[in-house]
Design a protein around this ligand. Structure first.
Ligand code: HEM
Length: 163
């Protein structure tokens, strides 16, 4: 048995994992929080991406659209991470071999890397293009990648239960 599978089995059989899994409502309540968290996180990311692509709020400076959303996005991410970790805790052994879950984790890393590259490069030069209706190519590419990656994370999240 691989060390990782051994660790997943240990997490799965722990008292917390067992309690969530065997409770009548706890798992579905946590999953509901997980799904609602998408509104805060993916919803705010989508609005920012659509502004960067010039689809919505073209007349508003990018900073006036993106900056107020960032704190809500981080709150949503914290909700997704904590609720997701609890869901994982409850079924770690089953998820070890779940392809949709593995692809989802990879996509999460890619989506985070895409956001980091955008904020540490293109967004750092915001003062040069903040009021422009057409944003620089780097911003539009980051927005398209973000929309595609977060949509794929959600599709994989949905597919987990069907494997
Ligand atoms: C941060 C972005 C995330 C998004 C957008 C996301 C999205 C989703 C979605 C849409 C579902 C399906 C819910 C349903 O079928 O009702 C789901 C399920 C799940 N997510 Fe996430 N998730 C995220 C992060 C995480 C993280 C970080 C973990 C664990 C470390 C995780 C673990 C799970 C698990 C275990 C399920 C399956 C529950 C089941 O068996 O139905 N998620 N996720």
């Amino acid at each position: 048995m691989s060390a990782l599978l051994h660790l997943c089995a240990w997490i799965n059989d722990s008292s917390i994992g067992t309690r969530i899994r065997e409770s009548d409502n706890l798992f579905s309540a946590i999953e509901t929080v997980h799904v609602l968290g998408i509104v805060l996180m993916a919803g705010t990311i989508a609005i920012a991406d659509l502004r960067l692509l010039g689809v919505v709020l073209r007349q508003a400076p990018t900073s006036e659209v993106v900056d107020p959303l960032v704190r809500i996005t981080w709150l949503g991410f914290a909700v997704m991470l904590s609720s997701g970790a609890l869901l994982f805790w409850a079924e770690a052994a089953k998820l070890y071999g779940n392809t949709a879950f593995r692809i989802k984790l990879l996509l999460l890393v890619l989506a985070a890397a895409n956001a980091w590259i955008f904020h540490s490069r293109t967004y750092r030069r915001l003062s040069e293009w903040d009021t422009a209706t057409a944003t620089p190519a780097g911003a539009r590419i980051a927005a398209l990648c973000s929309l595609a990656l977060w949509s794929a994370v959600i599709v994989c999240g949905r597919a987990i239960a069907y494997q």
